[in-house]
Design a protein around this ligand. Structure first.
Ligand SMILES: Cc1cc2nc3c(=O)[nH]c(=O)nc-3n(C[C@H](O)[C@H](O)[C@H](O)COP(=O)(O)OP(=O)(O)OC[C@H]3O[C@@H](n4cnc5c(N)ncnc54)[C@H](O)[C@@H]3O)c2cc1C
Length: 481
């Protein structure tokens, strides 16, 4: 391969701070908010002109799995703060409190009607469907709320800034180089948080990571998400119900032409008559989510197929006559990718262990593993999943947390990434205050701080040692969950 040598040059240091967060998705935003609220001088940099990552720029606006199938809520903390803020603006819709956990057929069907079954409904051991606590959010209003939350917390924010390289001293990250219209600059920090989703910084830092992903998994597929509006959904529903064969025929024809036959009915209460297309794009090779030539090809192809869909639906599908494309996601959807090898790697065995780790930073509903989920409705995530095994000065917030691909696909979603970010930001601030490496943060202090921030964690005083799986531990666990 032909190469050229880049000349060495002096780079302006734009800021020297306590915590630098790179990437402003669910993980990064919550890391910056919690680091700043915990008293650390914090900067958040984001490559695009808005915050939210996939949740806004990827048009992925469904916040599922806030509860288990009994309707018991597990996710609190910054996710709830955000949803409450959006609710005040009429910018979120969610399953009604009285419906959560319900197996009533009419209630379940009312949620399935929007084709949002996977997000809103799960089966119990007897095969009966139950409604979960899940929400959808308006991505445009979310962008502004996130700006307000980050700046309101006291963090500095730099948009349009692409983190490109790390500054290393021996084995520790001490800062980042970033590129923007102002040129190449540096930020120095005591703790750097990689919230790029793709692990751009931990790769640059030479940390060990895992990139294995079964091509059949959701996480191995890219997605081009786009929305169509001005649709008469009542007319469409009537047509589908009265002429199911004709509807099926039309959808098959669209599929043959290369269009996308499947959509979700948008259920944001402030945006009626809108549908959402999550157009999945297979990747020929697993590494393609990081290959700019492949990303370009996929974007071009997905847009072509979206226009085929648009033209066909307008011409042939009752209810779509006046439809138009309202929005295409500025950001191609990456569902999974590189994952840090951390001090602890979450794997399938954790789904059944019921272990309450001493460094638990999140309790998540375990909804997606059939019988296992029914018998073990929650999963604890340890802080060590955010701590790189081999590099200092660095934490990982978001979907690249240390996890096997078998488990990453179900525990890398938005509320989970917010929880990881909240923990990473809080831990970074504690490390700075104590003048220690993030891996040395006192677990009890971290838990206490997270609970003070409204995070749902198991009661503090009775943590099981990591090896204990005796009945009293289980009883205790069940009592508090
Ligand atoms: C099609 C699709 C459907 C999904 N469905 C759902 C769903 O229904 N519900 C759900 O909860 N989750 C869903 N997910 C998953 C969810 O979107 C992600 O898990 C979540 O957004 C991950 O958050 P994150 O902060 O780790 O990463 P991201 O959301 O990817 O955010 C990373 C941020 O970092 C920025 N960035 C990246 N590299 C750099 C860099 N070098 N310098 C500066 N900034 C950088 C990006 O621009 C982005 O803002 C879906 C994902 C996709 C793609």
């Amino acid at each position: 391969m032909k190469t050229v040598r880049e000349p060495a040059r002096d780079i302006k240091v734009w800021r020297e701070v306590d915590v630098v967060v790179v990437g402003g998705g669910p993980g990064g935003v919550s890391a910056a908010i919690s680091a700043a609220r915990s008293g650390a001088k914090t900067v958040l940099i984001e490559r695009y002109g808005h915050l939210g990552g996939m949740a806004t720029g990827g048009l992925v606006n469904i916040i599922p799995n806030l509860s288990d199938i009994t309707g018991k809520q597990h996710i609190y903390g910054l996710t709830m703060e955000l949803l409450n803020r959006l609710d005040k603006r009429g910018a979120t819709s969610y399953t009604k409190k009285k419906d959560r956990g319900s197996a009533d057929k009419k209630t379940v069907d009312s949620y399935l009607d929007a084709n949002l079954g996977w997000f809103y409904v799960r089966k119990d051991l007897a095969g009966q469907q139950h409604v979960l606590y899940s929400a959808v959010v308006d991505p445009e209003i979310l962008k502004t709320e996130l700006n307000d939350m980050v700046l309101g917390a006291g963090s500095e924010l730099l948009l349009h800034s692409w983190g490109t390289q790390v500054i290393m001293e021996n084995n520790a990250v001490k800062g980042v180089f970033f590129e923007s219209k102002s040129g190449r600059q540096a930020i120095l920090g005591k703790v750097i948080i990689d919230a790029t989703g793709d692990g751009d910084l931990f790769v640059a830092a030479g940390a060990e990571f895992d990139n294995v992903c079964d091509n059949k998994r959701r996480t191995a597929w890219l997605a081009f998400v786009w929305w169509m509006t001005n649709i008469n959904l009542r007319k469409f529903d009537k047509f589908k119900a009265s002429q199911p064969e004709k509807h099926k025929e039309l959808m098959q024809e669209l599929g043959k032409l290369g269009g996308y036959p499947f959509f979700f009915k948008g259920i944001l209460k402030n945006q009626p008559n809108t549908v959402w297309y999550h157009s999945m794009q297979p990747q020929p090779q697993r590494t393609d989510a990081m290959d700019v030539e492949q990303l370009t090809k996929i974007d071009v192809e997905a847009r072509r197929r979206a226009i085929i869909t648009h033209d066909f639906m307008k011409k042939y599908m009752p209810g779509f006559e006046k439809a138009f494309i309202m929005l295409t996601a500025p950001q191609l959807g990456t569902q999974g990718g590189r994952r840090i090898i951390g001090e602890y790697t979450l794997s399938e065995k954790d789904l059944e262990s019921d272990e309450i780790f001493e460094d638990t930073i999140a309790v998540l509903a375990n909804n997606d593993y059939g019988d296992i989920s029914n018998n073990h409705p929650t999963l604890c995530v340890p802080y060590r999943c955010l701590v790189p095994k081999s590099v200092d000065g660095l934490l990982v917030a978001g979907r690249a947390f240390s996890s096997a691909d078998t488990i990453n696909e179900t525990f890398n979603i938005i509320p989970h990434c917010i929880a990881y970010g909240q923990a990473a930001g809080t831990a970074a601030a504690l490390a700075v205050k104590a003048g220690i490496e993030p891996r040395k943060v006192d677990y009890k202090a971290l838990r206490t701080n997270l609970v003070k921030q409204g995070v749902n964690l198991p009661k503090m005083e009775k943590y099981a040692p990591s090896s204990a799986k005796d009945d009293s531990t289980k009883e205790y666990y069940q009592k508090y969950h």
